[in-house]
Design a protein around this ligand. Sequence first.
Ligand code: SF4
Length: 419
Amino acid sequence: MDLNSKLAILADAAKYDASCASSGGVKRNSVDGRGVGSNEGMGICHSYAPDGRCISLLKILLTNFCQYDCLYCVNRVTSNVPRARFSIEEVVHLTLDFYRRNCIEGLFLSSGIIRSADYTMEQVVEVARCLREDHDFRGYIHLKTIPDASPELLQRAGRYADRLSINIELPTEEGLAALAPEKDSAAIKRSMARLRVHIDDAKAEAADHARQPVASLAGVAPTRAKPRSFAAAGQSTQMIVGADAASDAAILSTSSQLYGGYRLKRVYYSAFSPIPDASSSLPLKAPPLVREHRLYQADWLMRFYGFHAGEIAGAGDGMLSLDVDPKHAWALAHPERFPVDLNTAPREMLLRVPGLGVKAVDRVLLARRGRRLRADDLKRLHVTMRRVLPFVVLADHRPRGAAVASVPAKALPAQAALF
Ligand code: SF4
């Protein structure tokens, strides 16, 4: 099979691996002759570098052969799909070739499990080693690790990769046992814990290193040796949404434990896609994509807005509203907390006002130091008035009575995506 045919199969097979949070957003391209560029493309996905840049990655599997039979996965052993396998040299060649042609800024590499977890992980690590050591590749590398692989291999992976991820796959242990019986939730968490220790150790070493005085020979400019780095962009994981019956509350609770316990950089949510010849245990339809989007918004609220998992989707059936974003839904469910006085409320409460993002809150805090804020001031602070006014008190504004609680959710303006 030629390289292009392999690329078509293995880039397509990798599309189920989430490594960026753009799904649920608007797809754009320039096929109508206007504008430049596209946010779609075979084998190219986007990720975020530690300094906040959005970068394009060649996103492929080393192989879509797999000896496991995870029911939700198109690459499972019993799936009837065309199979392909790259050699290590082919992945290295493709990465360098795309990179030199300015198509990508890095590689996202995952793989089905062949022969054994260690054998597969060795191959994945060898790609990264070869890129870094033999070709001095300085682009971004994100490796999907195989949780059952030996700790030494995970440690080696962290030396070459910017980011490592281990898929938790499903929100609950029961879900994993039912749909991916060969996977071991304890092993997945053990590997996450190991990565956390290595990442913490490397950070502590770097901090120690920075405190040491630099020794140098007379007449030579002092230079500091580079500290050892280990997956500097941290670790992430992916959860499939809608393949089992887990509610959004269960999903967010698992995410919260993962962020707290293993200091993950990101939990990615991937809406389940129905696959050919699927097991009868799986739903026939994909969940609405907006559910995935709402989970990303809720996740954002937990990481940057001080919300706890239980308060976002805790009530009723534990599902997030599909009509209103989670922050707005929380505000509607808690009329007793509103309106909020923008001139006196603490930062934590301002962050809970629908329509006020982190930057807007900082602008409000700065502006109110010098004067009592009025409605006109919000315009100058670039705050969207119609979203915020129903929830806040200003020097010259007070919303009417229980207006906030009584307005049907759909009639209220929806808050824009939070990221
Ligand atoms: S181990 Fe990974 S690639 Fe293999 S069947 Fe399970 S999810 Fe798919």
